[in-house]
Design a protein around this ligand. Structure first.
Ligand code: NAD
Ligand code: WQD
Length: 335
């Protein structure tokens, strides 16, 4: 079975590609490397001991993308390719709408033309907006607060419409909570451009001395210590979730939607503490004002994925911190 992994050189795509190869799938990666590096492809091959076919191209360019469909017999598609920085999406909404939507449309068009029926989409907990309560179930109301989130919700809506019109399609929408961690080898992990927006990469850069101190965005939320609570999930658990979702699509379920989270919420200060324990490094921080658009609390009920996919997050917060730290150490020694 050959899987086209769009955005497979990126953070979650690279870990998923290894998991797919280890599970016996053939992997074809398409990525324009706008937020990743060609060396990741070599690492995927090294870590899995298998070959991948790699095409460096922009998925928005449908004619160029079609070459991939002509040259390969593709059974299914996993679509990771997107721009993903929330703040940047507010500054540059057109880039986000254009990249995230056009890339998806060109995949949909080629899927139809080449009669491919199985599609897995990277969605996000961001589609739940400010949830009225936690843990969050898949049928909670959907809303978004920024252009990035809107691209995710628009694509989800498109998928719901497309699957309603064509009952032969099998689609899995996977809503990830807060991905962290890295491959156990320390060879691949998240490569944020410039100063990280997300908490874990910010913490690891403070711990290694590249950044001075962490700014904790608000300590007056209605949470146990006043700082924001999130559901951090190891990228290796996410990778496993994609393989299980592909297996599910073999049962022809039509459109299915799953939360991929651990079900446990950790505050910013909980994460700082867990990280310091795992890395034996102090993480200096100061409390600053709230970041606009942040919600107090966001964690998943992932029991649907457990019931229907046989998937459950295995990695605990300590291991997420250890693996993020190992990656930070290995990676920063190379630059
Ligand atoms: P990433 O930036 O590391 O990976 C995305 C990959 O897609 C990159 O390698 C990038 O070069 C590629 N890409 C982007 N636009 C492209 C285009 N037009 N043509 C070809 N390649 C293109 O991001 P990630 O963290 O691995 O996220 C993967 C997916 O998961 C994204 O869709 C993201 O929105 C979603 N997601 C991520 C998070 C998170 O916090 N990391 C959370 C929820 C959902
Ligand atoms: C986590 C917590 C911050 C940085 C984002 C996207 C979401 C999804 C995952 C893609 C919050 C606090 C953070 C810092 C801090 N991505 N924080 N200081 O905002 O939950 O989710 O990434 O789909 O769409 O919105 O993640 O890691 O940015 O923040 O205090 O320097 O850490 O306020 O409480 P978030 P995050």
């Amino acid at each position: 079975m050959a899987v086209l992994v769009a955005g497979g050189a990126g953070y979650i795509g690279s870990h998923t590609s290894i998991e797919l190869l280890n599970s016996g799938y053939e992997v074809i990666i398409v990525d324009n490397l706008c937020n990743s590096n060609k060396s990741v492809i070599d690492k995927i091959e090294k870590l899995s001991g298998k070959k991948v076919r790699f095409y460096e191209l922009d998925i928005c360019q449908r004619e160029k993308l079609e070459v991939v469909f002509k040259e390969n017999k593709i059974d299914s598609i996993i679509h990771f390719a997107a721009l993903k920085a929330v703040g940047e999406s507010v500054e540059k909404p057109m880039e986000y709408y254009s990249n995230n939507l056009i890339s998806t449309l060109s995949l949909f068009e080629l899927m139809k033309k080449y009669n491919i029926k199985k599609f897995v989409f990277s969605s996000s907990a961001t589609v739940y907006g400010d949830p009225h309560t936690c843990p969050i179930l898949e049928d909670f109301p959907l809303s978004t607060t920024n252009p990035y989130g809107r691209t995710k919700l628009m694509i989800e809506d498109m998928l719901r419409d497309i699957c309603k019109a064509d009952k032969t399609l099998d689609v899995a929408i996977l809503r990830y909570f807060n991905p962290v961690g890295a491959h156990k080898s320390g060879e691949i992990g998240e490569l944020p451009n410039g100063i990280p927006n997300n908490l874990m990469p910010y913490i690891t850069k403070v711990a290694i001395g590249e950044l001075e101190e962490l700014s904790v965005f608000g300590d007056d939320y209605p949470t146990h210590d006043g700082t924001g609570v999130r559901d951090y999930i190891h990228v290796l658990d996410l990778a496993d979730g994609h393989v299980k979702a592909l297996k599910k699509l073999e049962e022809n379920p039509g459109l299915v939607t799953y939360n991929l989270g651990t079900g446990k919420g950790y505050s910013v200060l909980d994460l700082v503490k867990a990280f310091s324990k795992a890395s034996k490094k102090e993480v200096p921080y100061k409390i600053v004002g709230r970041r606009p658009g942040d919600v107090a609390m966001c964690f998943a009920d992932s029991s649907k994925a457990e019931r229907e996919l046989g998937w459950k997050a295995k990695y605990k917060i300590d291991e997420m911190c250890e693996d993020s730290w190992r990656w930070q150490n290995t990676h920063s020694k190379k630059i």
